[in-house]
Design a protein around this ligand. Structure first.
Ligand SMILES: [Ca+2]
Length: 160
């Protein structure tokens, strides 16, 4: 147990260079094109397109989850990272899968999206239950069907 704690502390204290080296040592590196940080959060943008559940499960298989956007500052960091992806939409952890028509939440945290929202005009509509970061409105949010095959963003907090 002590060794695990020391290993985790070591990774957190060694900083981004060591993180990158660690990421390149596993087989997931080809699944992602871009890595960035915001506060204590780390993020990776996928290089593969998947439907929502497969995207979520892939993030989770790596000890991460789909991205949740809880503040304007986090949104700005994400939009900056997406600035070179102007024709691509991305899955987030947002859904109303288990809650019904008027309550979207982040599947990664279980918390409502209402603390911060960035819906595109006319969204969310009644047709779909999963939140994509939609290129057609400058990466504002859109409720989309889970079957769409999109790039996605994994988020994790290794030092919290
Ligand atoms: Ca987040």
């Amino acid at each position: 147990m002590l060794r695990i704690v020391i290993a985790i502390l070591g990774v957190c204290l060694l900083g981004p260079t060591q993180h990158t080296a660690a990421a390149e040592n596993n087989n997931s590196s080809s699944l992602f094109s871009t890595r960035f940080t915001h506060g204590d959060g780390e993020y990776e943008i996928s290089s593969v397109r998947l439907p929502w559940f497969k995207a979520r499960n892939l993030c989770r298989s790596l000890g991460k989850d789909l991205v949740s956007i809880e503040s304007s500052a986090e949104n700005i960091a994400i939009l900056t990272a997406l600035s070179s992806f102007s024709t691509e939409s991305f899955w987030s952890a947002g859904t109303r899968l288990y809650t019904g028509p008027n309550y979207f939440y982040w599947d990664s945290t279980g918390l409502s999206v209402e603390s911060y929202t960035n819906w595109a005009p006319g969204q969310p509509d009644d047709s779909s239950d999963y939140v994509r970061i939609w290129h057609e409105y400058g990466h504002q949010w859109d409720a989309a069907p889970d079957t769409y095959e999109l790039l996605f963003i994994c988020e994790w907090h290794p030092c919290v």
